[in-house]
Design a protein around this ligand. Sequence first.
Ligand SMILES: Cc1ncc(COP(=O)(O)O)c(C=O)c1O
Length: 486
Amino acid sequence: MSLRTQSSLDVTEEALQEISSEANKLVFEYLKTISERPVRAENYAGKTTESIAAELSTEGIPLTQLLDECRTILDLSRHNGHPRFFGYVASPSTPIGAYGDLIASTLNANITCWRSGAAGTEVERMVVRWLGSLISYDHDAKGLLTSGGSMANMIALLVANRRKSSTAVSRSGLWNSGPPMTVYASSEVHMSIAKAADILGFGRDFVREISCDDRQRMRVDLLREKIEADRSEGLRPFCVVGSAGTVNTGVVDPLSDIAAIAAEFDLWFHVDGAYGAPGVLDERKKHLFAGLELADSVSLDPHKWLYVPVDAGCLLFRDDAAAKATFSTEEADYIKTHGYVDEEAFAFWDYGIELSRRFRALKVWLTLQYYGSRRIAEAIGEDISLAAYLGELVSNADDFELLAPVELSICCFRYIPRERFSETDLDKLNERIMERVQKGGRAYLSNATVNGHFALRACITNFRTTKNDIDETVAVIRDAAKTCVS
Ligand SMILES: Cc1ncc(COP(=O)(O)O)c(C=O)c1O
């Protein structure tokens, strides 16, 4: 048996130079051309795998061919960074954020704790504090970066439950803890809350859906009624979730009023600001977020409205004792931070689910520091203004109807043809229009159901979008509508 005498997978200095300059060239080309590409490539299932080498190579493939295949993969992708991409909640990444990911992967630190990733841990704790301060939650916020809002919401629900029940549940299981424990959220809350309740064993039915007012904000009078009714039936309410920017229409629940109810009934108050929390940076919208500072925990996604590349979610809390009580374990000797005390014994495994964790904070830190909070806030304010502009265009047009007020940067509307259509046919027509627009590649919208109607939905979290892009999108929708009506 021969033992290795030199590194096996490292490459020569020339090869390293070639990888970095050729990969950089590709990134440069992509960022330079993104606005001219179709938003979505013409595609069918299997086209990508047909277009690149189909077999796993045994001897390796030359770099030039691999980068050409990367170009094919880029060409066959949907370009969320295109200025007329308005689907779901997906923002473009800033160039510096993308390089943040490259630098983090180059270092390949595993941010489990200070001992294992001292610099990365400190940067993450600093970034978490900044995010808490940026959204006017808490200047000394604790928390952690996550894969996204779904993970942040799930961690929040678990911490909330343990704080309001007992950490003994972690040993004995929920079935030994007494009557079901209930969570409250509006009918507009993101699906990740019900999913978390399912995964955590609370049960989807025990997420009590509170109806909304005509602006899609949680009805706090109904919240109180439901909590009282559940209590009188012996259930154990433990958490209320407010939305700071709902996924459908972008409205912010009445956070102060919800906080008051949470305090009155001793519930954990979680705010899902995964999409909308950065909206507080626009002075015109600040008032909507009053009460955010009263939350026990807040989710926000830098990979949504702070333009950081996926993945970068965040869960913030003010008091880390509840998180530590939930996640700290004495059981695993192999992770003990022997020889470290105080700040040097800090471990993210005491705060959440993951053990191995990417150095996500680097790209968040680079993005925030490269632009500064003022420019980021300006970009967010511009997104909000562009959504309002789209709202005006559709409200003032005879062939469109605005379906919900534009509160942050989401505009929900539908096309109304001159001919009389039933409600069902209007839904079908708008669904066809959306499909036509999505497949056409000139713009991209997704959908929402608003007061029972099928809505075309534009979510503008896109620093590349300009007024012309909004005008063109309206023209694209009209073009699609003509072909769908005729
Ligand atoms: C309000 C809200 N919460 C949570 C999520 C889930 O976030 P993620 O996709 O990062 O898991 C989303 C996603 O769009 C959202 O809009």
